[in-house]
Write a protein that binds this ligand. Sequence first.
Ligand code: 6R9
Length: 650
Amino acid sequence: MTHQATNDHIDTLLHESRVIAPSAEFVARARVSREDYDRMYRRSLDDPDGFWGDVAGELHWMRRWDRVLDWQEPHAQWFVGGQTNVAHNALDRQVAAGRGDKTAILWEGEDGEVRTYSYSELLREVKRAANALTALGVEQGDRVTLYLPLIPEAAIAMLACARIGAVHSVVFGGFSVSALADRLGDAGSKLLITADAGQRRGGLVGLKANADEAARNTPSLERMLVVCRADCGVPMQPGRDLWWHEALAEAGDEHEAAPLDSEHPLFVLYTSGSTGKPKGVLHTTGGYMVGTYLTTQAVFDLRDDDVYWCTADVGWVTGHSYSVYGPLLNGATVLMYEGAPNHPDWGRFWRLVERHRVTILYTAPTAIRSFMRQGDAIPAGYDLGSLRLLGSVGEPINPEAWMWYSRVIGGGRCPVVDTWWQTETGAIMLTTLPGAHPGKPGSAGLPMFGVEPAIMTRDGEELGPDDGGLLVIKRPWPSMLRTVYGDDERYRKTYWGEIPHVYFAGDGARRDADGYVTVMGRVDDVLNVSGHRLGTMEIESALVAHPAVAEAAVVGRPDEVKGEGVVAFVLPQSGFTVNAGELRAHVSREIGALARPDAIIVADALPKTRSGKIMRRFLRQIAAGKSIEGDTSTLEDPGVLDRLAATPVA
Ligand code: 6R9
C-alpha cells in the first residue's frame, strides 16, 4: 500500500463535489423529512427546554424533572430533579408496550451458533443479573468493570448495572493485562465481570487469565463473575470467583428497577487523550438516555420491523450507544456478532446480512476499506437486498470508500449516513438525516438537534465557509460527558479550557456554504487506527518500559486500510539491540494488539529542539516517506533528519 494513494484520497476529499440524494421512495417514508429537520433543529436551539422536555417525555420517569437544564459552565445537569432508569426504559417499557415477544437481541457467535432473546427474555435475564449483583454486595454508585467478548451477557451485564445504579466500566476484550489493570484501578471497581475466553479467528482469547493477572494489582477488587463462554476449564479462586450462570440461577427473577437521579452516573468509559493516561469519560443517566434514544430513531430512521446491526464491540462508545442503549430504548431488534469480519472468509459480514435479513448496517470506514480491497465479487455473491440504510462511524471516510459502500453494499438504493461523534459526546452530533438530506461523500453533514457547532481558530475566532479550523460545540447537549472520572480539572482543561466558553472536540474541520461539516482528523497527539483512538504517549510509555528502549517517539502515518498506522522511532538503551518483532509483541502485551507498531525505526537520535522538545512534525514527514518541509533551524542537530530518513524500517 502506498502513501501516495492515501494522499490522493485526501486530495479528492478536498475537491469532492458529488451530492447523492436519497431515493424518492426513501424520502416518502422517512421518519424525519427535510421540513421536520429544519423546524425541529430551529426549535432545539430557540426553545431547548421545550424541545428536550418533549423528547424526554416520550420515556418513562419515576419522577418528572423540575428543570430541563442547569448550566454552570463547564458543568451541565439535565432533567434536574427527575428520576428514571435506563434499563427500565430499554426493557420493562418495551414489554409494557406489547413488545415482549419481539426479538431484542439476535446474536451470532463466530462459530455460527445463534442465540436470540425476546424483550421479555432479556428483561428476565437482566432482572436475575441485577439480583445477582446485589447479592454480591454491589450497591448504587459502585463501579463494576466488564471485560467480555461480544456476547449477549455483555449487554445483560451493562443493563443489570444500569438497573441497580452501579456504574459500569467496559474494557475492550482486546486490551492487555496492564491496560485492564490501569482501568480497574482508576475506576476502583469492586467487581469484575469477565468470561473464561472469547473466540477470535477460530482461536481462544484467554480473558480470565488476563483478568487474574490484572486483579493481582487491584486492591479494590473483591469479586469476579465469570461467564462460561468457551468451557475451557479455567481455574476459579475460591471465595472470589463465581460462575455467572450459577449466580444467575440462584437469583430471583423479580426485580424493580431503581429510581435514579437523572444525573446519577451510568458509566465510565476510558478513552485515549494526548497524555499517557487514558481518561475515564463519565456519562450520566437522563441526558445520555434521551440523547441516544432520539439520535438512534432519527439518524437510522428506525421502525418496528427493522433488523439493526451496529458492528461495534461494546468495548467502544459506539457499542454502548448504538449496539445496546439507543436501539433497545427504541424497541429495536439488534444483531450482535461476536467475531472477526473476515472469519472464516471475507464473506462473513454479507452472510450475516443475508441470513438475518439485516435492514440497517452501521460500521467503520476501516472495515469498508478492507472489504473494498477484496473486490466487488465477494458481496455480489450474497443477497443484500434487505438493506435499506447504511451508516459509517469512527474516522473520516474517504469518498471512494463512501461511494463503494453506497454502490456495492447498498445497491445504489440505500442512503449512507456518515456520523461524527466521540466517546465524550455520548451520541451522534453531526450527520445527514437519511430522508432529509443528500449525502456528500467524505462530509459528515449537519448538526443533530440541539448541537451548535462552529469552526474556530485557536484564538476563538469563528471562521466562515470552507475555512479549515478547529471543531467546537457552542452549547451543552444532553448526552455530553459530565467530567473525567476522578479528575475534574482535566475535564475543564481538555474540553472547556482550550478555547473559552466552547467545547473543544480535538478535531480539525471545515464547513461548506450548505452547513455540511467535513471532519479532517485529530489535531492533538491522538491517533485513529482502524477507528480506535490511541494516544501516542500511551504507546511511547509502553515502548520505554521495554529494557532495550531508551527513548521512543510515536507518530501516525496515512494507511489506506486502517486510516492511520503506528510508526515508532526508538533509541536503543546502550548495550542492547532492538528486535522489532519482540518490541511489537511487547506493545501488544502492554496495551493490546491494536497498538502494535506497523513500522519501527531504530534511531541514534531524535529530532529535538534545543529545549529538548521532540519535533513530531518532522517525524510524521519521515514516517510518511515525504521530504522534509518546514523550518529545521531550531533543531539541536539538523543532521539527524537525514540519518533518520536513511534508516531502514523494520
Ligand atoms: C464514535 C467514536 C472519536 C474520534 C473523533 C474523530 C473520529 C469519529 C468520525 C470521525 C470523521 C466521522 N471520528 N467519527 N472523524 N468522521 N464520522 O468513534 O468515538 O472512539 O471517542 O473517537 O474519532 O477524530 O474525535 P471515539
